[in-house]
Design a protein around this ligand. Sequence first.
Ligand code: PBG
Length: 329
Amino acid sequence: MSQEFTFHRRPRRNRKSEAVRSLVEETRVTTDDLIFPLFLLDGKNQKTEVASMPGIFRRSVDLMLKEIEECLKIGIRAFDVFPAVEDQWKDKEATRSYDPDFFYLKALRGIKKHFPEACIMTDVAMDPYSSDGHDGLVRDGKILNDETLDILGKMALAQADTGIDILGPSDMMDGRVGYIRNLLDKNGYTDVSIMSYTAKYASGFYNPFRDALDSAPKFGDKKTYQMNPANRREALIEARLDEDEGADFLMVKPALAYLDIIRLLRDNTALPITAYNVSGEYSMVKAAAQKGWLDGERVMKETLLSIKRAGADVILTYFAKEFAQSLKQ
Ligand code: PBG
């Protein structure tokens, strides 16, 4: 470079040391931002690893209590519990989903009793309990919207009655947030929050989750209720409806391939935004790390940071515990 040329703006000055870099750091992920999804099994002393999700296990309630206790100690305080239901208990109407004697609802009661300080979230959708493997009621190969609301309402009330904190309607039926809010309020569950799966896309990233719960659709796909990955404006339609219907949080799912949607909702609502860093996003990082192709811990942190930077307040992630552990080291 020639001697006479001078310039004054040198952005590298703000990167010169760890101490300076941390002063100007714009985004931080903390354990307070995270919700850890957990898979529940029936029985006692049961623990099986999800083949497509290394490090993620299905557990019976006794072992799940231990897992939650460990997580609480390292600062993870919010959990989303999903049931792995055996085929013999599945039917077309998902009747086990609101049976108070079924292992899932009993376990939720136990978890809340042991850890009243933890925030426990549940999923409201028919798929884990449905012999059709769909989120809604199926008749003649069609998903029936309004008939499904009736079942979701029963499920929501039964879950609320266990003392859990947040309901997560993940089914994408029209009108379900308002329907559930109304039922909850009428029955005295005014304190139970709704974290709506607002912009939930028909995504290829859910397969490992469906392995975990053995909940893949038995026919067809979920494109008549989950959103088309090509659509952005449609997320605003869903967001306005969910907000009007009384949702307390709006969720975007998946996260990484939908960072623009997270930002869009962030800029168009004052409600907290949750992003679901879904199973396939976890598995991709784990698979590449196992092959030695990526530094798994580094990519995990970069991933969570990118989701927060895009505008998410809350992140549902299978990395939650590992992230908390990495901060302790
Ligand atoms: C069920 C549900 C799904 C997920 C959360 N709730 C799967 C689906 O819609 O098929 C996916 C979560 C993940 O992939 O981690 N309605």
